[in-house]
Design a protein around this ligand. Sequence first.
Ligand SMILES: *Cc1c(COP(=O)(O)O)cnc(C)c1O
Length: 365
Amino acid sequence: MAYDRIYNFSAGPSILPEKVLEGIRDNLMNYEGSGMCVMEMSHRSKVFQKIIDEAEQDLRDLMNIPDNYKVMFIQGGATLQFAMIPMNLMKNGVADYIVTGNWSKKAYAEAKKYGKINLVATSEDRNYSYIPDCSDLPISEDADYVYICENETIHGTTYQQLPNTKGKILVSDQSSMFLSKPCNVSDYGVIYGGVQKNIGPAGMVIVIMREDLIRDTAELPTWVPTYMSYQTHAANNSLYNTPNCWSIYVCGQVFKYLKSIGGLEVMAKMNEHKAKILYDFLDQSKLFKGTVEPEFRSLMNVPFVTPTKEQDADVVAATKAAGFDNLKGHKSVGGLRASIYNAMPEEGVVALVEFLKKYEAEHMA
Ligand SMILES: *Cc1c(COP(=O)(O)O)cnc(C)c1O
C-alpha cells in the first residue's frame, strides 16, 4: 500500500478512503483559494456555508432524503442521541425498545431516565448473535416510538427486515452501517449515525428526522438544555453554535466520493462482495468460526473466534505483526472482529483471508 499504510480493521474511528485523505491534504494549507485551512475558518463565513450546504445536499442526493426530512449535524456523537431522542420524542412518556446488543442496550438504559420504556424484544439469551422475529411484537398502544440499533457494531448483527411497528414511528441507530447500502428514508421517523464508523472524523452525529416530529423547544420540559432540542439545530441549519466544522467538511468530501463511484447501489454491491469473501472463508475454515447466525450477519462488522482465548490472542498478535491492525474483538464477544467499512478496499479483505488461511495451515497440521 502507498504511504506505508496498513490495513486498518478498526470498528471506529476507522478507515477513510485514500482519495479523500489525499484531497484533504492537497487543500490543507489553502482551501480553494481562501488562504486558510478549513480548521481555521469561521463557521459564519461564505466559504464554510458552501461546505455545509453542499455536504447536506450531497447526503440528500445519496440517500434520496425526502423534502419533509431535516438533516442535522450535531455534536456529542451517537451517545448523546440516546438521551436526545427520549427527551424530544416523548409526549406520552412511553417508548418500546428492541435490544440486540451493547449499543441498543445502552440506549435503552439511558431512555429509562426519561420515561416508561418497554423492552419488546431482545436477543440477549444467545449473547446477541441473532435478530429476534419482529413481525408481531407487543407494541404498546401509547408508545411514542419504537427504537432499534440497525447494525450492532460489537456483535456483528444486522436487520434484514425492519420491525413491524404497527404504525408507530421507527427510530434507528445506523452508526455502523450509514451509507453502506441504499436506505428508504420514509420507512423511518428518525435515522441517526455517529460518523466515525463509516463516514468521517469522530465527534459528530448526523440526524435525519421527519419534520413533523421536531417539536417547539417551548413544548419540551424546561429542564431540556437548549442544545438538546432538535428545533435548535433544525431552525438554525446546524449553525446554532460553532459546529464540528472539520468533521462536516470531511464527511462532505466522503459524500462527494461516494457519488463519484456511483452512489449507494454501487457501494452496496462492493460491500456484499467484500463481506462474502470473508464469510465464505469462515464457513469452510476448521479453525475460525463466525459468531453470528448466517441470516443476520452484518456486512460491516464480522466477529469470529478460534477454539480458545489463547489462540484468539495469538492470531491478533500475528495479524498485527503482518500489517493488519485493530482485529481484536470487543471484550463482550471476545475473539476477533474485522470491521470492513465502505473504505476498506477489497484487497484488504483478500489479504486478510490469505493470511488467516496460511495461519490455519500452519497451526492445524
Ligand atoms: C459507536 C457507536 C455508538 C456510539 O458512538 P459515539 O460517537 O462514540 O457516541 C452508538 N451506536 C452504535 C451502533 C455505534 O457503533
